[in-house]
Design a protein around this ligand. Structure first.
Ligand code: ISL
Length: 582
């Protein structure tokens, strides 16, 4: 069904040497270790499991693996709550296993990016245990405030008693009262994830020490968790109560965030040839220019604007349809806004988001829409990030009941909603939870049609998607028309076509209701990308500005009959085509 022709390689000589770097030319692959592969049959994925799948990654052709947290952690937020930054969680293996993974990747010319989670630690981290006992130098390692537990009803959780009105991103107040210290500590996420006090130079010094410890173990970079949240506004003022997350204007891109990252760059990063990707909810293109522009401290940023397109303006769980106009406008703004300035980190899903096929594609056209979206991801200016399972077109999960969810954000939301008078039972919010829960992304990787999708021989820690009998790596690899083979071809294509990496981006047909088309241009080479985002059969009318004569089809997710009309062609549902233009 799919066709690809071999791209005539263009030289990269036309790209200024100063512009070229390995990470711009790389395809990244995100691994969520808990769900990747279980080597010791305890139901939980682990590092030796990843080691066994290294040839799989090599065959797929990806260049860099981003490993989400594998450090010692009580797993309140599945690793984003770190107890010891210099140790591996027992369930996942040992430092020796980690070294085998790193070496195995390097032997295959792949690189390893680790997750740096330093906005907060676990409340079981030694620093916090000492901080709550006011043991120096840790007393001011976290953000402690007195508040007024005697206020109002005398309940320390009376809103009047709290130090301010900020919300946690997982819902409920961002403050927890610590009986022992008699003060509140700030946590922008769960109560088990206290925020570090970045104003304290000793905290920053310790973070840099952790970074050096890993960098000296020969890693190739960091993905930095909510790194634009590290600086909180002076005096921690009350936030606007009408905001989706109250207080967020005082901690997203806070006053010193960029300054701390510059210091981190000077003190640590500048000494290593590594890539840095900041996860930055709530940044605009203008903010991104500061973080990842020409003089910015980091290399790339994950922004969230396209993740918000189907979320309600007041309540993110109040999902609505996204529109192609907003989608195209958002991507175009980021493509043009960072042109010549910075580099995009491109993604359509990750371990926190619904599966892209179920969100921006169509499960009824699973293969077509997965390959169309993949074509989009790999032909924009920036580095594509593939999330495990995306390459076989994994979908959202029909979770049977409330009891099947395990993610803290989801559980908190369900708890909160069930307290409301207008919500009688889980099914009243079931659709939203099934659509939006982070657990959709975290179900075990589907390796085969064996029990538990070949992920484990035991009961897995999280439900397996029942579609594993059809959607799995083994059957995808056996089928030349599968999503998996399309990803391989697309990754090869991007490696061979500098125009897809470095070329300028120019949207075509900016108002088309169904088609998203654009041109990439690098010197005298062009690429035309035509994507049908829906299940209709619209005609693509070639814009006059595009010289289509002699265009060569580089890849498409349907068989394309040649020759076609000189002024356009009809598209099939979710059809994607990429042409090389002379
Ligand atoms: O936007 C979200 C869901 O729609 C959030 O989950 C958002 O991605 C998140 O708040 C920031 O994510 C990162 O930090 C969290 C952790 O739970 C996530 O897994 C991580 O990716 C706290 O460390």
């Amino acid at each position: 069904m799919n066709s690809t022709s071999s791209p005539t390689s263009t030289s990269t000589a036309s790209v200024a040497e100063s512009e070229r770097t390995w990470w711009k030319e790389s395809v990244f692959y995100e691994i969520y270790p808990r769900s990747f592969y279980d080597s010791n049959d305890n139901g939980v994925g682990d590092l030796p499991g990843i080691v066994r799948k290294l040839d799989y990654l090599d065959d797929l052709g990806v260049d860099v693996v981003w490993l989400t947290p594998v450090y010692d952690s009580p797993q309140a937020d599945f690793g984003y709550d770190i107890r010891d930054y210099r140790d591996i969680l027992d369930e996942y293996g040992t430092m020796d296993d980690w070294e085998r993974l790193r070496d195995g990747l390097h032997e295959r010319d792949m690189r390893l990016v680790m997750d740096l989670v330093v906005n907060h630690t676990s409340d079981e981290h030694e620093w916090f245990e000492k901080s709550r006992r006011e043991v120096d130098p840790y007393t001011d390692y976290y953000i402690w405030r007195e508040g007024d537990p005697e206020a109002g009803s005398g309940d320390p959780y009376d809103p009047d008693a709290l130090p301010n009105n900020w919300d946690s991103l997982f819902g409920g107040p961002a403050w927890t009262y610590d009986e022992r210290r008699g003060e509140y500590y700030l946590h922008l996420f769960d109560g088990k994830q206290p925020d570090l006090n970045w104003r304290n130079p000793a905290v920053r010094e310790d973070v840099y020490g952790i970074m050096r410890w890993w960098l000296d173990r020969d890693i190739d970079g960091f993905r930095m968790d909510v790194i634009n949240f590290i600086s909180k506004a002076d005096g921690l003022p009350d936030g606007d109560p009408s905001a989706v997350v109250t207080g967020s204007e005082h901690f997203i891109n806070g006053p010193h965030a960029c300054e701390y990252l510059r210091e981190m760059d000077e003190r640590v990063l500048s000494e290593y040839d590594v890539v840095t990707v900041g996860e930055m909810p709530g940044i605009s293109v203008e903010d991104a220019r500061e973080y990842v522009g020409r003089d910015g401290p980091l290399d790339m940023a994950f922004h969230f604007e396209h993740m918000r397109l189907d979320e309600g303006p007041d309540d993110p769980w109040n999902f609505r349809d996204w529109s192609l106009d907003d989608f195209r406008e958002t991507f175009t703004r980021w493509q043009t806004g960072l042109a010549g300035e910075g580099w995009n980190a491109l993604y359509l899903n990750n371990h926190d988001q619904p599966r892209m096929v179920s969100r921006f594609g169509d499960e009824a056209y699973r293969v077509e829409s997965a390959t169309m979206l993949a074509t989009f991801l790999h032909t924009l200016r920036g580095s594509p990030f593939v999330y495990q399972g995306e390459e076989i077109g994994m979908t959202n999960v029909p979770f049977e009941s409330a009891g099947k969810f395990v993610d803290v954000e989801t559980l908190r939301y369900v708890e909160r909603m069930l307290e409301r008078d207008d919500v009688e039972n889980f099914e009243d919010i079931g659709d939203a939870v099934r659509y939006g829960s982070r657990d959709n992304a975290r179900t075990p990787m589907q390796w085969s049609d064996a029990p538990n999708a070949g992920f484990t021989d035991r009961e897995p820690w999280l439900t397996v998607n029942p579609n594993y009998t059809e959607v799995n790596v083994e059957s995808a690899r056996a089928d030349p028309d599968s999503v998996w083979h399309y990803y391989r071809r697309l990754i090869d294509l991007r490696h061979d076509a500098p125009v897809l990496v470095y070329g300028d981006y120019e949207p075509l047909l900016p108002d088309h209701p169904e088609i998203y088309a654009y041109r990439r241009t690098l010197e005298d080479v062009g690429a035309l990308v035509v994507l049908n985002f829906f299940d209709g059969e619209p005609r693509f009318d070639l814009p006059g500005s595009v010289a289509y004569d002699g265009a060569e089809l580089l890849i498409s997710n349907y068989e394309v009959e040649r020759p076609e009309g000189p002024d356009g062609f009809d598209l099939r549902p979710y059809e994607a085509r990429v042409y090389r233009l002379e």
